[in-house]
Design a protein around this ligand. Structure first.
Ligand code: HEM
Length: 420
């Protein structure tokens, strides 16, 4: 409290804001339990930074983004996006998102780097907690076998992104813990020097160890969904042009991104259900049903039916709902037009259809795996997004991804492992 009071009483600017002291206070008790007095001081800090002439510069923006996350419960606007600190991670979270980068390769690399760093950071926390070198989130530490398993699954989850970055095999794999430490060392080189955003994006609501894993896995999937949404948007643009056959590459890339991320769910499945139930008491109101990127992916594939668009699924993401109502183009429509106008036929058409079917199968698999993890962790309890919980997920998991291509019935091949 003292560091914050001192900062407030002097002329210091956002660049010398006492982030570490504030984080320490949040981590000591969990965001849900931070004292009102402390939050009131942060509120003053927010008023100060918003009144600065340089309110648009990077230190001021960073502080604004951080306080947006830190003060969500205080303001009564706590939700999924603020829980995951999506804005701090520069992931899509609302109306004022930057448009998708014009340069696809750079955007892909930036996402891959972030994904690797998120996973590496999770494993670093697991290793530090196991070694007793951190007191962060001390409740319900997992046993050594679970830590080893997390290291193995985490390294597997980061592997596809490392391969895409040309960094496969860049560290030793001499046992899961060594590999995890190697991954962490490598991830440091993927960060923008001095950028604290990843560190600031960890504000758990409670002090249960496994919430760290939960937050990072969700952030990892948000990063992937944002990437998939970009690929689908590019695919739609290409389907509308003169060489619609090249949309196959984008669709294939989108499917590979999501498909290769399976180990992230296996990693999450090691979460201890009791731990999950402990911290989720304080996450009421934050649900991935508010994930803008996921709904964007779904609605870029095909236009949702009117009853889905009017349900809590889309009412939880009003900006995506508005886009759909405004006639957002879809892969389904773009493919249909390309075929009916004679621009897409023969082998090109077959390839695009195959990639669409492959993507649809991958998304359907994601939904089935998600449902299984949710059943394991949640049982019959309702969701934090005000649905009845897993029955909602069961009902939506079979919805067709596209109407123009169909997929084979589920094989349910993806295993979650045996959890904790
Ligand atoms: C402990 C693990 C998890 C549980 C128990 C769980 C539970 C649920 C529940 C009950 C819902 C329905 C909405 C609600 O009432 O909250 C939901 C929706 C959703 N979850 Fe999860 N979830 C888990 C992990 C994840 C992860 C890791 C992701 C990845 C981002 C995710 C993404 C989603 C999405 C996108 C929806 C919206 C689906 C739709 O509206 O069709 N969930 N989840």
């Amino acid at each position: 409290m003292r560091a914050l009071t001192r900062w407030l009483s002097g002329p210091a600017g956002p660049q010398s804001f006492p982030y570490s002291a504030v984080l320490e206070e949040f981590h000591r008790v969990g965001k849900h339990f931070v004292e009102k007095k402390f939050l009131a001081l942060l509120d003053q800090a927010r008023a100060r930074v918003s009144g600065l002439p340089a309110a648009g510069d990077e230190p001021a923006r960073l502080l604004t983004d951080f306080l947006d996350v830190a003060l969500d419960k205080w303001d009564g606007r706590y939700d999924y996006r603020s829980y995951l600190a999506l804005r701090l991670l520069r992931l899509p979270c609302g109306l004022d998102d930057p448009p998708p980068a014009a340069e696809a390769a750079a955007a892909r690399r930036a996402r891959d780097r972030l994904l690797v760093r998120l996973v590496a950071d999770t494993l670093a926390f697991e290793l530090a907690a196991a070694a007793g070198t951190t007191e962060l989130l001390p409740q319900r530490r997992p046993g050594p076998m679970v830590v080893t398993k997390r290291c193995r699954l985490g390294v597997r989850a980061a592997a596809p992104a490392l391969t895409r970055l040309g960094l496969a095999g860049a560290f030793g794999t001499d046992g899961p813990a060594t590999a995890a430490a190697g991954l962490h060392a490598l991830a440091r080189y993927l960060a923008i020097p001095g950028d604290p955003r990843l560190r600031l994006s960890m504000l758990p609501v409670h002090v249960t160890h496994d919430e760290y894993l939960f937050i990072r896995v969700l952030q990892g999937y948000e990063c992937l969904f944002a990437g998939v949404a970009d690929e689908l948007r590019w695919a739609i643009g290409v389907l509308a042009g003169d060489t619609p056959g090249s949309a196959a590459d984008r669709l294939g890339y989108a499917g590979d991104l999501l498909g290769a991320a399976g180990p992230l769910f296996s990693l999450l499945a090691t979460m201890q259900p009791d731990s999950f139930r402990t911290f989720r008491q304080y996450t009421e109101g934050a649900s991935a049903i508010q994930s803008r990127s996921y709904k964007l992916v779904e609605s870029l594939c095909r236009t949702p039916e009117p009853d889905r668009l009017d349900s809590v699924a889309y009412r939880s993401v009003p900006e995506v709902r508005a886009r759909v109502r405004g006639g957002q183009p879809t892969v389904d429509q773009a493919y249909r037009s390309a075929v009916s106008e004679g621009r897409l036929d023969g082998l090109d058409r077959a390839l695009v259809a195959r990639r669409m079917a492959g993507f649809a199968e991958t998304l359907a698999q994601w939904r089935r795996t998600h449902h299984r993890v949710a059943v394991r962790m949640l049982g019959t309890r309702p969701g934090t997004g005000y649905t009845e919980g897993t029955p909602y997920l069961a009902a939506v998991s079979g919805a067709p991804v596209f109407t123009t291509v169909t997929i084979d019935p589920p094989s349910d091949s993806q295993s979650l492992g045996d959890g904790a």
